[in-house]
Design a protein around this ligand. Structure first.
Ligand code: ADP
Length: 452
C-alpha cells in the first residue's frame, strides 16, 4: 500500500512537472509572439510618421548633405583619409539638434510610448564614373557609428528600418555618386511592462490553472494519506483487541475445562481459586469492552457532570488509591498550589488521570512525580515518570485514537491505544489541553492544563 502511494505520488509529481513545463513553454511562446507583435506595431507607427528623415527638418538634412559632399570632395583631393571622413561624419555639429527634433516628433506623434533611438551609419561608398566603387567604410550596425539619437547601446533596441541615401555630385568635371546607408534602432522604455500587461490574461489563467492543479493534488494526496492512516489504525486495533481478548478467553476456556474435573470441584480451595480466576478474566473482558464503548463516543457526545471540587484533595485521593494498587511503585507529590477550587467532572477526570498513571507503570516507570502549579490563569497538573520514554517523532500521534507506539513486537505491553485518546478527549471537554515532553529512554512528563 505504502509503495503504491509512493508510486502514485511520484507519477503525480512527474505529471505536474511536465504540465508546468508545458505551461511555461506556452507562456514563453506567447511572450515571444507578443514581443514580435509589439516590434511590428512600433515599426509601423514610426513608418507612418516619417517616410524618411528629410521630413524631420529639411534645413538640417541639407546641411548634412553639404557636409557629406564637402568631405567627399576633400577625399578626392587627397586632403582627408578614410578615417578622417568617418570621424568628420560622426562628429557632425547637427547631432544634438536632430536628436532633439526626432525625439519631439516621437513624443508628439506616439504619446503612448517613451522611445529612445539611435541612427547609426553603416555604409559610406563613393562611385566615380571612371573608377570602381571606393568604400570609405562599410560596417555592421554599431553604436559607435551613431549619427544621432539618445541610445547608449543597441543591446535592447530593435531595428526599425534601414535608409539608403544617394547624393549626386561633380568633381573636376567628373560625376560621382555617394551612397550612404544608415539604420534606425529604437528601444521603448518599460517595454517589458507593456508586454506583461498585454499578457496578463494568459499569465493569470495559466497560473490559476497550475495552482488549481497543485491544490487538487495536495487535497487528493492528503485524503489518501489520511485514509491509509485510518486503515492502518484499524488493522492495528483489530490486532490489539484480538490479542487482548485471546488471553482472558483462553484462560476462561482452560478454567471451565478444569472445573469439569470432579476432583477439582470436590476440593474447595482449588474450586475457589478457579472461580476467582474466572471472575478476574470476566472483569478483564468487561473492562476491555467498557474501554471500547467509552471511546466510541465522539468529543461532543461526552456529557460531563461537573461540580466544584478542591483539586489538590481530589488529586491526593487518586494518588492514595493508586498507591494501594501499585505498592512497589514510588509515587511522590509536589503541590505548589493550595485549595484550588475547579469545576470538574470527577469521574471522567479520575479515569483520565489513572490512564496516565497506569501508562507510567506499564511503560517501565518505578518513580512517578505528580506536581501542580498555577501558570497565569491555568492550573497545571504534571505527571512525570522515569520509564522508557517516547521518541520525539512518535509524539505527534500519541493522543490519536488507537495509536500505539510500535516497539519491535507490537504486543510487548497490553493496550488498545485508547488511554491517551480518552485523556485528550476529557481534557478537551474541560476546555483544557494536554501535552507531553519526553524522549526515548528519558521518561515522560504529561502535563494537563485546566482553566482556573
Ligand atoms: P495503550 O493502550 O497502548 O497504552 P495509550 O493511548 O494509553 O494506549 O498510549 C499510547 C501509546 O503511548 C502507548 O502505546 C505507548 O507506546 C505510549 N505511551 C503512553 N504513555 C507512556 C509513558 N508514560 N511512557 C512511555 N510511553 C508511553
Amino acid at each position: 500500500m505504502k509503495q503504491r502511494i509512493n508510486l502514485l505520488i511520484a507519477f503525480s509529481v512527474a505529471a505536474l512537472v511536465v504540465l508546468s513545463a508545458v505551461q511555461c513553454y506556452l507562456v514563453k511562446t506567447t511572450y515571444d509572439y507578443k514581443v514580435a507583435q509589439f516590434h511590428t506595431q512600433i515599426k509601423n507607427e514610426i513608418a507612418q510618421i516619417s517616410n524618411n528623415y528629410s521630413d524631420i527638418d529639411s534645413v538640417l538634412v541639407s546641411r548634412k548633405e553639404t557636409l557629406y559632399t564637402n568631405l567627399s570632395e576633400k577625399y578626392f583631393q587627397g586632403k582627408k583619409s578614410k578615417t578622417d571622413i568617418k570621424n568628420g561624419i560622426l562628429e557632425n555639429e547637427y547631432r544634438s539638434a536632430l536628436t532633439a527634433e526626432i525625439q519631439r516628433k516621437f513624443e508628439r506623434d506616439l504619446p503612448n510610448f517613451k522611445i529612445d533611438f539611435a541612427i547609426v551609419l553603416n555604409k559610406f561608398i563613393l562611385y566615380q564614373n571612371t573608377k570602381k566603387a571606393d568604400t570609405i567604410f562599410s560596417e555592421k550596425p554599431f553604436i559607435q557609428n551613431k549619427l544621432y539619437g539618445n541610445l547608449a547601446s543597441l543591446n535592447h533596441a530593435f531595428l526599425v528600418r534601414n535608409y539608403v541615401g544617394t547624393t549626386n555630385g561633380t568633381f573636376k568635371n567628373q560625376d560621382y555618386k555617394l551612397l550612404t546607408e544608415d539604420s534606425m534602432y529604437v528601444s521603448v522604455i518599460d517595454w517589458e511592462m507593456i508586454i506583461l500587461r498585454r499578457m496578463a490574461f494568459v499569465l493569470v489563467l495559466s497560473l490559476l490553472s497550475i495552482l488549481t492543479l497543485i491544490t487538487l493534488f495536495v487535497i487528493a494526496l492528503k485524503a489518501l494519506i489520511k485514509q491509509k492512516k485510518v486503515s492502518d489504525v484499524k488493522t492495528d486495533f483489530i490486532n490489539n483487541i484480538t490479542h487482548e481478548l485471546k488471553t482472558p478467553l483462553a484462560t476462561l476456556g482452560i478454567s471451565t475445562k478444569i472445573l469439569e474435573q470432579k476432583n477439582i470441584r470436590d476440593n474447595d480451595e482449588s474450586f475457589n481459586s478457579i472461580v476467582n480466576t474466572i471472575s478476574r478474566q470476566n472483569n478483564r473482558l468487561q473492562s476491555l469492552i467498557d474501554q471500547v464503548m467509552a471511546n466510541s463516543l465522539a468529543e461532543n457526545e461526552i456529557e460531563l457532570q461537573k461540580e466544584k471540587i478542591e483539586t489538590e484533595v481530589f488529586l491526593q485521593t487518586i494518588v492514595n488509591d493508586f498507591k494501594i494498587g501499585y505498592p512497589k511503585i514510588h509515587i511522590q507529590t509536589h503541590f505548589e498550589t493550595q485549595k484550588t477550587n475547579l469545576v470538574l467532572d470527577k469521574f471522567h477526570l479520575t479515569t483520565a488521570l489513572l490512564n496516565v498513571l497506569e501508562n507510567a507503570v506499564k511503560y517501565g516507570s518505578n518513580t512517578i512525580t505528580i506536581k501542580t502549579k498555577q501558570i497565569e490563569d491555568q492550573f497545571s497538573i504534571s505527571i512525570e515518570d522515569d520509564g522508557i520514554g517516547i521518541s520525539k517523532n512518535k509524539q505527534a500521534l500519541l493522543f490519536e485514537k488507537f495509536y500505539r507506539v510500535e516497539q519491535g513486537n507490537l504486543h510487548n505491553t497490553k493496550g488498545l491505544g485508547l488511554g491517551l485518546y480518552y485523556v485528550a478527549q476529557i481534557v478537551k471537554a474541560h476546555q483544557g489541553s494536554v501535552n507531553v515532553i519526553s524522549d526515548l529512554g528519558k521518561g515522560a512528563r504529561f502535563t494537563i492544563l485546566l482553566k482556573v
